[in-house]
Design a protein around this ligand. Structure first.
Ligand code: F6P
Length: 342
């Protein structure tokens, strides 16, 4: 078969390992011809691709990012985009597309599948927020990076008797914040799922500091929101694709803490550091498994399906079901995190 692969949306550690898994089994077992579309759906629409084989993928397993490039451009953004995409797939003689992406890329895959394209999805995002899969690759790496940063911030916070606010990624969900907060021993964690009351945050910090502990770590997911009517935040900014541009709540929270408690406070915004660099061993394994399972799914003609991790098995779920709603933080795990708040 002629199989096209694309990576769309924000990059994520493990993308190259997925591509490598697909190519390895596709070429060696199925005798497939593999094409890698450049820059996500844009490459499919424009017929822009490179040929992939086992040799091309050599050395890529530990490499972050994606050798194919990525973008948020999708056919549905253009009047003739869907038509161009379908035509390009036909002209290139592509029998199947494996779309590796997050909510936007996979929602697009689901819609294009409804219009007749043979597509299999692979869920990726450091945010771990895709429905029907217990994990997305990239998340483990992001948590490891955030935890290491928190560990480092503890010692400087203690030396200076400071509050350290650490802003981590997590646009709609607080998986990274919750996991890194637990792993790093955060004093308080703020996540998008639970609007926070800054008064309560300051009271907890004051209580803790009265008990003789002066250094505190406050982990804030970039999408965390204050409770209605508590503190003023700047109106949301949007990027060219209509996505809210986040990254700023950490500063707001730090200013409020310092102003209300008088505790010296500093902010660290981890940003894209969490997304770059080499994947953890766990993410390499999950990505490889997803890649191999995706090419198997292609040969089962499981169109409109997505590979997913459920109960330690890689299974297939319907793309349209997976993109229906985001996966939020498990309330039981959130309750565990709360046990350790000041
Ligand atoms: O979707 C993953 C993510 O890392 C979000 O947590 C974050 O808001 C977003 O990507 C930022 O992406 P970019 O700055 O590349 O547009």
């Amino acid at each position: 078969m002629r199989v096209g692969i694309l990576t769309g949306g924000g990059d994520c550690p493990g993308l190259n390992a997925v591509i490598r898994g697909i190519v390895r089994k596709g070429e060696r077992v199925f005798g497939d011809e593999l094409l890698g579309f450049r820059d996500g759906w844009k490459g499919v629409m424009d017929g822009d691709f490179l040929r992939l084989d086992v040799a091309t993928l050599r050395g890529t397993l530990p490499r972050g990012g994606t050798i194919l490039g990525t973008s948020r451009i999708q056919p549905f953004m253009f009047e003739d985009g869907v038509e161009r995409t379908i035509r390009s797939v036909e002209e290139l003689g592509v029998d199947a597309i494996i779309a590796i992406g997050g909510e936007g890329t996979l929602a697009c895959a689901s819609e294009l599948h409804k219009r007749g394209l043979p597509i299999v999805g692979v869920p990726k995002t450091i945010d771990n927020d895709i429905g029907l899969t217990e994990r997305t690759f990239g998340f483990d790496t992001a948590v490891a990076i955030a935890t290491e940063a928190i560990d480092r911030l503890h010692t400087t916070a203690e030396s200076h008797n400071r509050v350290m606010v650490v802003e981590v990624m997590g646009r709609h969900v607080g998986h990274i914040a919750t996991w890194a907060g637990i792993a790093g021993g955060a004093t308080v964690t703020l996540i998008p799922e639970e609007p926070f009351d800054i008064d309560e945050v300051c009271q907890s910090l004051t209580r803790r500091h009265k008990r003789g502990r002066f250094a505190s770590i406050v982990v804030v997911a970039e999408g965390a929101k204050p409770k209605e009517g508590t503190i003023e935040v700047e109106p949301d900014q949007f990027d060219e694709f209509g996505h809210v541009r986040l990254g700023g709540i950490g500063n707001v929270v730090a200013n409020e803490i310092e102003g209300r408690t008088g505790f010296e406070t500093r902010v660290t915004i981890l940003g894209h550091v969490q997304r770059g660099g080499t994947p953890t061993a766990y993410d390499r394994v999950l990505s490889t498994w997803f890649g191999v399972a995706a090419v198997d799914a292609v040969h089962e003609e499981a169109w409109g399906q997505m590979v997913a991790l459920q109960s330690n098995e890689v299974v297939l779920v319907r793309l349209s079901d997976a993109v229906r709603e985001l996966k939020f933080v498990n309330p039981h795990l959130w309750a565990v995190a709360q046990q350790f708040f000041a």
